[in-house]
Design a protein around this ligand. Sequence first.
Ligand SMILES: CC(C)(COP(=O)(O)OP(=O)(O)OC[C@H]1O[C@@H](n2cnc3c(N)ncnc32)[C@H](O)[C@@H]1OP(=O)(O)O)[C@@H](O)C(=O)NCCC(=O)NCCS
Length: 206
Amino acid sequence: MLSTIKQSVAAALRRMATRVRLARCRAPVRVFGADLHVGSRPRLWATERIEIGDHSYLGHEVSIETNCRIGRHVLMANRVALVGRRDHDFRTPGVPVRFGHWVGSERTPSPYRADAVVIEDDVWIGYGALVLSGVHVGRGAIVAAGSVVKNDVPAYTIVGGNPAVAIGKRYSGSDDIARHEAMIRSGTFQSSEKGFDHFIVRPGNP
Ligand SMILES: CC(C)(COP(=O)(O)OP(=O)(O)OC[C@H]1O[C@@H](n2cnc3c(N)ncnc32)[C@H](O)[C@@H]1OP(=O)(O)O)[C@@H](O)C(=O)NCCC(=O)NCCS
């Protein structure tokens, strides 16, 4: 009984913490789905837009520093970073990079201001991975811990390293992928701040 009360109080505090962290997000357009989790000390900033789909999880110290669309059921581990690839101009002669065009500047806006990262549904981005703007991470892909991702990641592909390259496939064939997706479409998923054992996970029928 006491442990149930403790779990419920802890869950309510974590939900509140997520709401506060999302409220501190700095972007002109912010679209947040239902049932999100945001870990401690995030940095959420973009010039135009940050969008995060239902049931996605952002670990501790996640840094979003570029426009992004993050899908549903996405798992971003601790210290993942989404970073603007060309957010400072370093090519104008006579201008130190410190004073060059920057995507966040109102006075000297950079042409790359609208660049974005897209992360489709059901993606896992491993601990400390860095994804540069312009990259599209396909549905169901896995990014290995510590990777630097500068190229698009095809759906259901596992990539790793710096620069990240394909190191495997999540499923062995398109039939398995179709079955997985059909089951997700008809399934029921709900996270719980009480912990893993409290998640509702009811995969549907293929
Ligand atoms: C990618 C990952 C899921 C492993 O996937 P897997 O299919 O089981 O891969 P394997 O361990 O069989 O490794 C396959 C190849 O990828 C390489 N590899 C694995 N992890 C790698 C990484 N982080 N960076 C670079 N290469 C990696 C392996 O060395 C192996 O290469 P090899 O065949 O030349 O020896 C795992 O390594 C990983 O990074 N998990 C993320 C963990 C994490 O961030 N946890 C935080 C909690 S959310």
